[in-house]
Design a protein around this ligand. Sequence first.
Ligand code: AMP
Length: 211
Amino acid sequence: MITLALSKGRIFDETLPLLKGAGIVPRGDPESSRKLILRTNRRDVRVVIVRATDVPTYVQYGAAELGVAGKDVLDEHGGQGLYQPLDLGIARCRMMVAVPVGFNYREAVRQGARLKVATKYVQTAREHFAAKGVHVDLIKLYGSMELAPLTGLADAIVDLVSTGNTLRANNLKAVEEIAPVSARLIVNQAALKVKRVAIQPVLDSFAAAVR
Ligand code: AMP
């Protein structure tokens, strides 16, 4: 049995056509069903539905041999025990630094003052500002990062930006790109060795479906 870990929403929806290209069709829809394990048209493949941030953990420990996770999530997780053989090119967006429209970010960063940064992506933010030599106080949040600079909790946020509509709606502007983000296929390193005969064809089909 091969288990593929997916998250609901964008990742599931955009992975479906790639799965289909690989000859795998899940039975059921996680949006309308409460089932967390979906069977597929293939008796040897099943899909488990987990939180996006939990996908690398399921694959790291081998509870799932394969998974699809955003680069944002993988960078925070650290990627231990995982191969990342394929950029699926889906769920594309950008990891950005954003501040209130009237805030002079260049000046704040140049003066060497400490910047208060609120984010869900603490690792990513820490590495980004360390590489720039900017001192930051990081404040961990679990959602609605946009609210932090509007309430005085932080000067800046680090968050994913797709259309920019969320920033605009909250009077914020993106001032720096940290990295482009897209979803990656991830594979448990040990499983790839032990179950290569079963897993490699799925990897090859995914690669072909992406092309
Ligand atoms: P947008 O308003 O289109 O710029 O989208 C920004 C909001 O959607 C932010 O709250 C992001 O956290 C979220 N978002 C955008 N793209 C993605 C993605 N590829 N994966 C997960 N969340 C995303």
